[in-house]
Design a protein around this ligand. Structure first.
Ligand code: UDP
Ligand code: MG
Length: 313
């Protein structure tokens, strides 16, 4: 039985020693075999050197180092494709994901009820209020318009069983949004809330605009609602303009004079509406094409009493 921890690192030379010390302390106390898999995401500081030194003195440490900065999502994916543990966790290098939660998470997983124990922040102290507001709006929106279950304040920090890890590694889509992927693959998930903790050293790698475009990415990857907006706008416009045209015709037939602008307005709204409906229809086909291009699995089997079945297809 082995626990693997995936740690994406981008310019974390100052935080890594703290993380290593704390994580090693907790994992040693847990008394299980473990590995720390660090993914150096093309850091420009001495992160790689720190990792080399750690790996030299501690056989629990392995690392892989990217040729350039590919982003946290790619770093996590590389982790999922290369970990060996039966239980796998993703953790930030800055101690914002407290290693002290690991023993409890493992205990909950081993009780057999759940496939994954995920964490979410219940407070956002130390964060700019405008950022928190956007984050809350984002979680509200994405839960409404997609079928991935994403809790407000969800972190990437979670402990999961091997079957879930294999499934995530099989999700080969290029534009990755892990919070969505975790939610999309399903499995029995237990959410543990905790208070936000500020980064131990170094600086956040995410600007407001980074986060904003990441949120848009999440919505586009897990919802086709944006592609259908044209349809929703077009249908009422078409219907309204058609009714107005009929009313104009009736009024004329009964000899009632109508304003000279009524015709052109009705006709142009009708044409606009029809065009939007056509765009909406195209959007539906694009959504299907996009879905096919993502090559997501058709099904995921969480458990069965046969072990020779294909679990993901
Ligand atoms: N990270 C990464 N590649 C990047 C940006 C960030 O691997 O391009 C890592 C970073 O080293 C950290 C984790 O992702 O371990 C979370 O980043 P950060 O703490 O800066 O984000 P925040 O917690 O402020 O949202
Ligand atoms: Mg952080």
């Amino acid at each position: 039985m082995m626990i693997s921890i995936i740690v994406p690192c981008y310019n974390e030379e100052s935080a890594l020693p703290f993380f290593y010390e704390e994580a090693t302390k907790v994992l040693t106390e847990m008394g299980r075999d473990y590995e720390l898999l660090f993914v150096d995401d093309g850091s420009k500081d001495a992160t790689l050197q720190v990792l080399r030194d750690l790996a030299e003195k501690d056989p629990h440490v392995t690392y892989l180092s990217f040729s350039r900065n590919f982003g946290k999502e790619s770093a996590m994916y590389a982790g999922f494709c290369n970990v060996r543990g039966d239980y796998v966790a993703v953790m930030d290098a800055d101690l914002q994901d407290p290693p002290s939660m690991l023993p409890q998470m493992l205990e909950l997983l081993e009780s057999g009820e759940y496939d994954t124990v995920a964490t979410r922040r219940v407070s956002r102290k130390g964060e700019p209020p405008i950022r928190s507001w956007f984050a809350r709006m984002f979680y509200k929106l994405i839960n409404k318009i997609s079928d991935a279950d994403i809790q407000d304040g969800a972190r990437d920090f979670r402990l999961m069983k091997r079957n879930m890890v294999d499934t995530i590694a099989e999700m080969t889509e290029y534009n990755r949004f892990s919070k969505g992927i975790f939610g999309w693959v399903g499995f029995r998930t237990l959410w543990l809330p905790y208070e936000n903790i500020e980064r131990v050293a170094g600086e956040t790698k995410w600007s407001f605009w980074n986060l904003f475009s990441y949120a848009i990415e999440g919505i586009i990857n897990f919802s086709h609602v944006p592609l259908r907006i044209a349809m929703w706008l077009g249908l009422p416009l078409t219907a309204g303009a058609s009714v107005a045209l009929i009313v104009c015709l009736l009024l004329l037939a009964f000899g009632t004079p109508i304003a000279s602008w009524a015709w052109p307005v009705c006709v142009s709204v009708l044409m606009g509406g029809i065009q939007l409906v056509c765009l909406g229809i195209m959007g539906s086909y694009i959504a299907k094409t996009y879905q096919e291009a993502q090559k997501r699995p058709h099904y995921i089997v969480a458990r069965s009493n046969r072990d020779d079945i294909k679990k993901v297809r």
